[in-house]
Design a protein around this ligand. Structure first.
Ligand code: ZN
Length: 465
């Protein structure tokens, strides 16, 4: 594999020569020399393909042709046009790029900072730090989070920006996603100190919408409304306003026992529909599950943050058994510590089996759906991504099968969910561009980014104390 890789790099002119147009590059050990990845046409050879497309099914070994960023063919013995570069994926497992349906990217500088007393808990801690952020800090934090996301196989993120102090604070998420080359959806939310008496910033939302709609670099990144809480007085007015602008709506609801009944309240106001993403729902009732079913509303579980903050267990069994579009998210690394989304899926699978007291209750394919095709449906982009289907965007993850923890075994769904660590994620591709290759990020200088994030966090820490 090593020699083939070198040959591949040489053949494609990626070794040693600078001056390409693309921003995507791999940095060598000494950070001096850039290797560029500029193309978006490849032929992936002999991968075990888990397409997550029921009509296409899976392949023990197949080739995937990618031309101009799109999957054009999937099958055996494909010969690519001369301009495509060959990636030998023999023995690897190819899955669709993962879709994270709920994340507050700006909190990434505050990794594992939710502390051990009432004053240091997640909400108060993030509120204190949130006041120190500038738009540049928002962009740095989002970039730092996206780099970890790509490292973890995530190619699309739904960012709920709740440090939205001005349109520039939200534009920072757009700029970070565009620069990093991923897909995304960004909800324009509120900020921690915003009083209920102050109306939602629709002037800012309009301004930002016009700006991103008129700039092609934000293609593949959409704007949504990060809704105020269920009890907010002008909720119906806000949602009508958002829908008039064509914005999807994300709201935290029925997160814990003290918020029980919130989904009923939304349903009674006639607000639930296919364009709504309910976050958490740990206290959802059987009646409310039916309400989500009847209205086509999606629900996103963020199990690690929910459990860490004491919201209780996700209602995985009840939600899975209902006909609901279930999705998953990281939420915040201030609580979860990391962004290993495959591990989140593993936890859900294990929890479901434990609850059911049944070894065979939830197949790993069912949880992988939650982070692929279900996520795409949630964000209204299932025609473009979410499965390995000809015609869709080449948003792909290759797990290599040669590491110590990931070498034997022949059950690819079980391996992908149960065995894979972030380091087994060999290649990540979004829109046909390689963002991680040979286990290394290609779009950014990771070492520099880590130093910047560390330094800014250290400054903020000083400002706080
Ligand atoms: Zn959240």
């Amino acid at each position: 594999m090593k020699n083939e890789r070198r040959d591949f790099l040489k053949k494609t002119g990626l070794l040693g020569i600078g001056g390409f147009i693309s921003p995507f590059s791999v940095f060598s050990e000494n950070q001096q020399k850039r290797f560029q990845f500029q193309q978006n046409s490849y032929l992936i050879k002999e991968a075990c393909v888990l397409s997550m497309d029921e009509e296409i099914g899976d392949f023990n070994s197949a080739d995937v042709l990618i031309e101009n960023g799109k999957i054009t063919r999937l099958g055996k013995n494909i010969e690519g046009p001369s301009y495509t570069e060959i990636i030998n994926a023999e023995g690897g497992i190819l899955i669709p790029g993962l879709i994270d349906c709920h994340w507050h990217l700006w909190t990434s500088l505050l990794r594992s900072m939710a502390g051990d007393s009432a004053e240091e808990g997640y909400f108060k801690m993030t509120a204190r730090y949130s006041r120190l952020y500038s738009p540049e800090d928002m962009k740095l934090a989002a970039t730092y989070a996206i780099a970890e996301a790509v490292h973890s196989g995530i190619t699309c993120i739904s960012d709920y920006n709740h440090n939205a102090r001005s349109p520039q604070f939200v534009q920072a998420s757009f700029d970070a996603m565009a620069a990093m080359g991923i897909r995304g959806h960004i909800s324009y939310g509120t900020y921690r100190d915003l009083p209920d008496s102050q109306p939602t910033d629709f002037k800012g939302i309009n301004e930002l919408k016009q700006f991103i709609d008129s700039n092609s670099k934000y293609k593949g990144i959409s704007l949504g409304l990060g809704s105020r809480s269920v009890n907010y007085n002008n909720l119906e007015k806000d949602w009508k306003h958002a829908r008039d602008l064509g914005l999807r709506i994300t709201i935290h609801a029925s997160s814990n026992e003290s918020q029980k009944g919130q989904i009923t309240s939304l349903f009674k106001k006639g607000l639930l529909a296919e364009d709504v993403n309910i976050i958490h729902g740990n206290a959802i009732t059987p009646d409310e599950i039916k309400m989500l079913e009847d209205t086509g509303t999606s629900l996103t579980m963020t199990p690690y943050s929910e459990m860490r903050i004491g919201y209780g267990l996700p209602k995985i069994n009840e939600l899975y058994e209902a006909n609901i579009n279930c999705c998953v998210g990281i939420d915040t690394t201030a609580l979860t510590g990391n962004a290993h989304l495959l591990d989140t899926l593993k936890m859900l699978q294990n929890l479901a089996n434990a609850n059911a007291k049944d070894e065979f209750y939830l197949h790993p394919k069912e949880v992988l759906k939650m982070a692929t095709i279900n996520g795409a449906i949630n964000l209204g982009i299932d025609k473009k991504t979410g499965s390995i289907t000809p015609g869709k965007s080449a948003d792909l993850v290759l797990l290599k099968k040669s590491d110590i923890n990931f070498s034997t075994g022949n059950k690819p769904y079980h391996l992908a969910i149960e065995a894979a660590l972030q380091e087994n994620i060999d290649m990540v591709m979004a829109k046909g561009k390689i963002l991680k290759y040979d286990g290394k990020l290609t779009g950014i200088n990771a070492k520099d980014l880590i130093i910047q994030a560390k330094n800014r966090f250290a400054e903020m820490e000083k400002e706080i104390n």
